[in-house]
Design a binder for this molecule. Structure first.
Ligand code: SAH
Length: 210
């Protein structure tokens, strides 16, 4: 699949396409779904969650514009598929990923070990509360939808930093990109199209399983 299909849908960044080609998506799925790994759709990964559609992972990654040395904060590890792509792209940096469901995190950690990705740090908890001890971050990516951008995440964004998050309610969401100019001046926000994500469950977002 991937690279050709993704290029056909408008993903242009050669680094993103290379990362998508590299990641063995079947490793991030329950074994009985491995045969569907290279179809461009979301799939269930247990605990009521889904692994994102490859196109959406590629789109989020392209909009994030990660550099090789970046420190990246990711909220919503899920299967760890997006995390692995980010770790590949920021090979001289570090990815800090937060997941609230322990079963998913344990499985994802096992996959990172298997792939030999040593530049990932994981944490169990509410990612909307940020990761103050590791801040600031050059990039912040949120893989679950929030009614608004959690303040703590904006606060942990370094000058020259960029945050990508789906914002909206459960039926209608927009991918929002927030940039903090290197000068430290006011944040710049723009929208990058409609998306559909599971809710960010947090005291700073949606408070209970919807
Ligand atoms: N990109 C992932 C999919 C993530 S689905 C992949 O490709 O596999 C979104 C994930 O966010 C789910 O695993 C969900 O449990 C997690 N999540 C939801 N709210 C969260 C929160 N407040 N903090 C951390 N993780 C959260």
């Amino acid at each position: 699949m991937v690279a050709r299909q993704l290029a056909g849908r408008g993903i242009r960044d050669p680094r993103v396409l290379a990362a998508m080609r590299w990641a063995p998506r079947e490793w991030f799925l329950p074994p009985h779904l491995a045969g569907d790994a290279y179809n461009d759709g979301p799939l269930p990964i247990g605990s009521g969650q889904t692994i994102s559609q490859p196109y959406v992972v590629a789109l989020m990654t392209e909009r994030l514009e990660p550099k090789r040395t970046d420190r990246i904060l990711e909220i919503g590890t899920g299967s760890g598929y997006q995390t692995a792509i980010l770790a590949y792209l920021s090979s001289s940096g570090r990815v800090f990923t937060v997941e609230r469901l322990p079963d998913l995190l344990v499985e994802a950690e096992e996959r990172f070990r298997r792939l030999g990705l040593s530049n990932i740090e994981t944490r169990l908890g509410d990612g909307a509360a940020g990761w103050p001890e590791a801040a600031p971050f050059d990039r912040v990516i949120v893989a679950a939808a929030a009614p608004r951008i959690p303040e703590q995440l904006t606060a942990e964004l370094a000058p020259g930093g960029r945050l990508v998050i789906p914002v909206g309610d459960l039926s209608s969401q927009e991918l929002v990109i927030l940039e903090r100019p290197a000068s430290g001046a006011r944040l710049v926000q723009h929208q990058a199209g409609g998306v559909r994500f599971v809710p960010l469950i947090s005291r700073f977002a949606f408070t209970e399983e919807a």
